[in-house]
Unconditional design. Structure first.
Length: 234
């Protein structure tokens, strides 16, 4: 079956499962991992930091990066990844979009070219309350590749918790497109907490619609969803 769902009553078990899932993928020969940031991934990366996983022969591609934040800014996804994972579990090579590139459109194109050369074996995904994946906001065509986005007000509000004030949350980002995500051989989605219920319901029980970007995954052949929500496949 294309879409599989695994629900957990215990959140620690969910993250143990996710960490072991990724470790097994490395053992099975997966070479290229698509990585996500955000609050959802922090317990997973903590779990991986404490494990004996070895990513040193693997390559990683992050989904997205804010435009305009210095990479040393504590909330840049570059810094997030260094702290949460790479300092302790380095990959052979790790790519993130460069949010400081002079020409962001060109940078998006460059990232796309890199992705074309490195097909992703396992893509890790969180989901926004509005159904976004990466920073593909509602309304994004499923055919979109890496591109520059203007963040919606709801996404900026949701991410404001990581900044001193909402005014500091960047308004733009570079994100892998939905098409890039659909090209991954396998996708692991983690959605925890009631705030994610509507987005998850749209994936598991609704029709594919650009109004909820995560529903694009209904077109993918191999998606595993992990959640702590009491929810079922339609
Ligand atoms: C992060 C990303 C986003 C987040 C989503 C959920 O790289 O691409 O799509 O996965 O915004 O964020 P959290 O986990 O903070 O709720």
């Amino acid at each position: 079956m294309a879409l599989q769902l695994k629900t957990f009553e215990n959140i620690n078990e969910l993250y143990d499962f996710a960490a072991q899932f990724l470790q097994q993928k490395v053992k099975d020969g997966a070479k290229t991992f698509g990585l996500a940031t955000g609050g959802t991934m922090q317990p997973l990366y903590k779990n991986l930091r404490q494990s004996d996983v070895d990513f040193s022969s693997c390559t990683s591609f992050n989904l997205d990066e804010y435009i305009g934040l210095p990479i040393t800014h504590p909330e840049s996804y570059f810094t997030y990844m260094q702290k949460e994972l790479f300092e302790q579990k380095p990959f052979h090579k790790s790519y993130l979009p460069n949010g400081l590139a002079e020409d962001a459109e060109l940078e998006a194109q460059h990232y796309n070219e890199l992705l074309a050369k490195h097909p992703i074996d396992v893509q890790l995904l969180g989901v926004g309350e509005n159904g976004h994946i990466g920073f593909n906001e509602p309304g994004t065509a499923f055919s979109e590749k890496t591109h520059v986005v203007t963040l919606t007000e709801s996404t900026r509000q949701a991410n404001a918790r990581f900044f001193d004030s909402i005014d500091e949350v960047p308004t733009k980002a570079i994100t892998m497109g939905i098409d890039n995500i659909l090209q991954a051989k396998e996708v692991l989605v983690i959605a925890v907490g009631e705030k994610k219920r509507a987005a998850l319901e749209s994936l598991l029980q609704g029709e594919a619609t650009v109004d909820s970007p995560i529903t694009a995954l209904q077109q993918h052949a191999n998606v595993l969803v992990l959640t702590d929500l009491n929810i079922s496949l339609a």
